[in-house]
Design a protein around this ligand. Sequence first.
Ligand code: IPM
Ligand code: MN
Length: 354
Amino acid sequence: MNQKEYKIAVIPGDGTGPEVVAEGLKVLKKAAEKYGLKYETKIFDFSGERYLKAAKLVDDADINELKKYSAIYLGAVGHPEVKPGILEAGVLLKLRFALDQYINLRPVKLYNSEFCPLKDKKPADIDFVVVRENSEGLYKGMGEFKDKGTKEEVAAQISYNTRRGVERCIRYAFEYTRKRNMRKKLTLCGKTNVLTYAWDLWQRTFNEVAKDYPDIATDYAHVDATTMWFVKNPEWFDVIVTDNMFGDIITDLGAMIQGGMGIAAGGNINPQGVSMFEPIGGSAPKYTGKNVINPLAAICAAGMMLENLGEVKAGKAIEDAVIEVVQTKLKSLAAGKMGYSTTEVGDLVAANLK
Ligand code: IPM
Ligand code: MN
């Protein structure tokens, strides 16, 4: 049989991105050896650093090149000397949009109750997944200024939602809930009481698609209430589907209740194309080069990447090794407080891979 050889595009990026990516690749190598996977990697230097030196962002030629890859593995993009908005639009959102990665999948899973800021919550209580729409909404960048710079100035920012875009996201969420096969409950998180155009479309689409999934229980929560439930009763959630902006906000809170940015991973998924996996925290520039940043989010992202490529056992083995290390070794999940360096944490996960 001809064995598949994966091509992984690696974007280490800025700040601590390269350090955490190195640990992810270390664990990936170990998993590949154990599970007999073949892959090659190629480094792409998209970053704030490159932008400052060469004024280059991600262009269409880069996108065409990336389309030849099996997956993209990203560290972090963000540079303190680059004005906010430039790298976001020119690198991260450019990749998500141009590759039509219309799902942002963000698991929120507590691995060790000691690292949970909520009182009396156990790993079984915090185990849900947010399916964030990743191609539309407020992120579309639509809007305008009127009379900019004057006292009469108006700034409009439009949330752009298409039936097609909303429906493909909701369908993905139902399919995911079914496949996950846990509580089989999908919660729509929105704001139907105020945002009466966008959320009317979302709610109608959700109700219609739900008819195709009689085995899935459905629920609705306003986004503000959702943040309350994350803290009060996170055990209520199984899978949550929401728009781009709300998904961005609630997954930072999700990251905190699972133990912090050091452990939170996500996938930007195009189910028919090239997907990209990343730790969801930023480039954490103040920790750069100190060997103190937590690489577990990046390592978990590598596990998600394998699962998404269909290498479910190898992906699960990475997650299990992370769980083992989080439960038995680390003093904290925060940078500089783990009781181990970045590279040592990578070594521990690699050594615990079964
Ligand atoms: C995230 C980040 C990005 C987002 C930024 C960096 C553009 O916060 O991945 O959640 O808002 O989506
Ligand atoms: Mn975010």
